[in-house]
Design a protein around this ligand. Structure first.
Ligand code: 13P
Length: 344
């Protein structure tokens, strides 16, 4: 069976549009389970109607495209329509936003490796991708997860299994005309030091790029979505903004080939303010291997979700809170964010 030729021009155009100056992605691709978990924290009922209402609120936020280049949807959402019948992907496109789709089926326990996971979803992926393209998707996302501790994790087995899956996914995406977002996430949970996160992130990224090359992925047409390098959330020694910026940039300079058109960070449990501050510190110009931006979920959606709390009357205030975080991150990409922006 002959492999279709990769449409490199379309893919690189999409990748560059994703990291357009001053813009980043809104990740709104929580699985049903994760979305319901976030809802539980805000006392919102875990129903399909509520998930639909939340996603419609996000997508209809006026002016989102001034700071956001695209949105990452999930299978449930890409097939839904707004109250007026407009399909969600069309709604996003008409608002000037590129449409992306999460295509992995989640992190499952890795056999023989307690505490570690491998992300699944390769079976049938080649058959699933064209339906997402037909629905308007231009890019896709797959997240590999790496637990970190001070001694044993992540194991080579976990790094190899996830790097291999990410590369197989990426090659299939490019074949189907989708830009793959490569998301290897070294988790921020735990008491580990910044140095330990640096070491693990570097080793994960090195393996990921080796596998991408081995599987024939065109590096000019991928987007990397890494974690920032920082001490764990439970580490008594909090990393300073400058420490995180320096360690993250050094890690990326050592591992990311110059052909990659963009790096868009996940937020991974940082507060919105913390994520904006660290992103800002990485924008002193000279040191980044390529455009650096954001692809945040929680650091954009919170506190908007708490403000909404499932009540139609709070819609406008929630959209304003989302736009505030989007503007803060837009400013961070220009090196113009300051904590003073957080004071109402
Ligand atoms: P967070 O920014 O909340 O980590 O979400 C980003 C994401 O897409 C996780 O896969």
């Amino acid at each position: 069976m002959g492999r279709r030729r990769v449409n490199l021009r379309l893919l690189t155009e999409t990748a560059h549009a994703m990291v357009a100056p001053g813009k980043g992605l809104l990740a709104m691709d929580e699985s049903i389970g994760t979305c319901n978990k976030r809802f539980a924290g805000a006392w919102i009922a875990p129903t399909v109607e509520m998930r639909h209402a939340w996603r419609e609120l996000l997508l209809t936020t006026p002016g989102l495209d001034t700071c956001i280049s695209g949105v990452i949807l999930v299978d449930e959402t890409i097939r839904q329509s707004a109250a007026d019948g407009m399909p969600f992907p069309r709604l996003a496109q008409d608002a000037g936003l590129l449409v992306g789709i999460k295509v992995d089926t989640g992190a499952k326990a890795l056999a023989a490796h307690p505490g570690e996971t491998v992300t699944e979803g390769l079976d049938g992926l080649r058959e699933r991708l064209p339906s997402y393209v037909a629905l308007g998707a231009r890019f896709a996302k797959w997240r590999g997860v790496f637990a970190l501790d001070d001694a044993r994790l992540p194991t080579r087995a976990c790094i190899c299994a996830n790097a291999h899956a990410l590369a197989r996914y990426a090659a299939l995406c490019q074949e189907a005309g989708l830009v793959p977002i490569i998301e290897p996430e070294v988790l921020m949970d735990g008491p580990h030091s910044l140095a330990r996160c640096h070491e693990a992130t570097e080793s994960v990224l090195r393996s990921v790029f080796q596998q991408l090359v081995l599987q024939g992925v065109v590096l000019e047409a991928v987007i990397l979505k890494p974690n920032m390098v920082s001490a764990g959330l439970a580490c008594p020694a909090r990393s300073t903004v400058a420490e995180v910026a320096d360690a993250t940039l050094q890690c990326l300079q050592r591992t990311v080939p110059a052909a990659v058109p963009g790096i868009m960070f996940l937020s991974g449990g940082q507060s919105g303010e913390e994520a904006s501050g660290r992103l800002n510190a990485m924008h002193d110009g000279a040191r980044s291997p390529c455009p650096l931006s954001f692809s945040f979920g929680r650091a954009l959606q919170h506190p908007a979700l708490d403000i909404w709390a499932g009540q139609a009357a709070n819609r406008h205030a929630a959209q304003q809170a989302l736009m505030h975080r989007a503007r803060c991150n837009h400013a961070a990409l220009l090196g113009a964010y300051s904590p003073a922006m957080e004071v109402a």
